[in-house]
Design a protein around this ligand. Structure first.
Ligand code: ADP
Ligand code: MG
Length: 238
């Protein structure tokens, strides 16, 4: 089995099917980018992997263990949201360390992990600031820091750059690639931005109407799209 296996996964809200029969195998260390129009079920899929939603049917397995019923805190996943979701009254240090403090980790371990994450994200000098004193890019780095200190086996990013201006988005893409190279952790990333997807992805999952349209390397999708929708999405002339 692959590192992360999704099999016959379906999700309906009331009787309305949002995801239908998703099958995917993701290898350890891959940077996999999900793209597709708004409402096609990208966030719902991430939320099921991290345990914020329950599948209607089908399974999600990480390292040969089905995680459908595993406590979200014990899945080894960490999600970064578009909205940052920082606590405004806490400092950067307190925001980054929040999860570890809630889990009653020892103080020395917390300091070590926060300092390591801050160095990776160039936040060392900002640890005593409050979110209100940070730029958009710095806030998003803090949100990523909060995920890094948990040392997850999978990072889940849900449109993390959508609130940033164009220039900063380009810079943050480079930082995310650097982070991936440095940590080697499996990353699952959602965006509706084609350029972002093509830049970041080892593999791309093109979704529409609750189904996977195609899964593969960006260049393979470009060279050999399975249908017109995929061709349009990756800008292929075919
Ligand atoms: P995406 O992230 O691709 O934009 P979502 O996964 O957020 O799409 O949503 C997919 C569909 O599921 C949408 O039609 C959305 O309205 C619906 N949906 C998402 N969450 C819920 C929920 N908690 N209750 C009912 N419908 C939902
Ligand atoms: Mg979404």
């Amino acid at each position: 089995m692959a590192f992360l296996e999704i099999k016959s996964l379906c999700k309906s809200f009331e009787a309305y099917p949002v995801l239908q029969d998703i099958d995917l195998s993701i290898e350890k260390g891959e940077f996999v980018v999900f793209v597709g129009p708004s409402g096609c079920g990208k966030s719902t899929l991430l939320r099921m992997i991290t345990g914020l939603e329950t599948p209607t049917s089908g399974t999600i397995a990480i390292e040969d263990t089905v995680i459908n019923d595993v406590d979200p805190a014990k899945r080894g996943t960490a999600m970064v949201f578009q909205s940052y979701a920082l606590y405004p009254h806490m400092t950067v240090f307190e925001n980054i360390s929040f999860g570890l403090r809630m889990a009653h980790q020892p103080k020395a371990l917390i300091r070590e992990r926060v300092e390591k994450a801050a160095a990776i994200l160039r936040l060392e000098k900002l640890l005593d600031r409050k979110p209100g004193q940070l730029s958009g890019g710095q806030k998003q780095r803090v949100a990523i820091g909060r995920a890094i200190v948990r040392e997850p086996r999978v990072f889940l990013f849900d449109e993390p750059l959508s609130n940033l201006d164009a220039e900063l988005r380009v810079q943050m893409r480079a930082e995310l690639l650097e982070l991936h190279e440095r940590l080697g952790t499996t990353m699952i990333y959602v965006t509706h931005d084609q350029v972002e997807a093509m830049t970041l992805a080892d593999k791309m999952v093109v979704m529409m109407g609750g189904k996977v349209q195609q899964y593969g390397r960006p260049l393979d999708l470009y060279d050999d799209p399975d249908n017109k929708f995929v061709a349009g999405f990756v800008g292929s002339p075919k």
